[in-house]
Design a protein around this ligand. Sequence first.
Ligand SMILES: [Zn+2]
Length: 307
Amino acid sequence: MSRRFPCHRWALAAALFAASCIPAHAALRVFACEPEWGALAQELGGKLVDVAVATSALQDPHQIQAKPSLIARARNADLVVCTGAELEIGWLPVLLQQSGNARVQPGQPGNFAAADFVRKLDVPAQLDRAQGDVHAAGNPHIQTDPRNIVLVANALATRLQQLDPANAAQFAQAHAEFAKKWEQAITRWSAQAAPLRGTAVVSQHKAFVYLYDWLGIKEVAVLEPKPGVEPSAAHLQGVLAALKGAPAKMVLYAAYQDPRPSEWIAKNAGLAIVKVPFTVGGSDAAKDLFGLFDDTVARLLAGAAKP
Ligand SMILES: [Zn+2]
């Protein structure tokens, strides 16, 4: 515990003059853009953090409105934890600006972008947002590889210690415990998922490149013509024709997405269809980060086992 003094009623008058009178429950206020980072901050911060998450697993993180309720949350935050890599480019900059909170602006210790700490995939040679491409700065969906979660956890633990040095030892201990459990879990998931290596799949959105990179899964087609662009009927017909030459086993879509394009291709190309939770809360089993990967691996194995 840090040396903080509770504001008892008898101390109220004195408190007006005493700057040392801080409410006993002065947890670090964390504002997370996506559920996976809220869950990670909770793992690393425990009772020392008060976490608010801007979006749910059933919302498209590329397309969020900077609502007044979200702006109000960001106004009081000590730390904003988001994906970065331009995933939130359509809403986070305006949200941060409207918040008027100097501590969480880009470049400040209170601003943390997870993608800064991992090796990004699909990085284009030059920025091109033509035709609505929402992955212009590289693929932002880094949370689908648990090895990335480790890298982000290392950096986030350091940041929490920096922002709340009085509790640095507790943050370090929580981080060490999480990292140990997580490495054991990765070993387990990798072994369970070994049969998936080399499996050919179709993705509705380019949401799973890191997952495929981890498990050695082969993406042979994508239903969206460009990231974030809904496939037309003609485009789906083209994918169907291409699959005749390069057959796939299953089609994957994220829990937040409209499943109809995946359902269409599954039916017409004879593929298994797999709804991936994609983040914490994306399925009943994905209650925390461990459940997220338990369930993701289980669903992929079930899809691959379909005749
Ligand atoms: Zn995307």
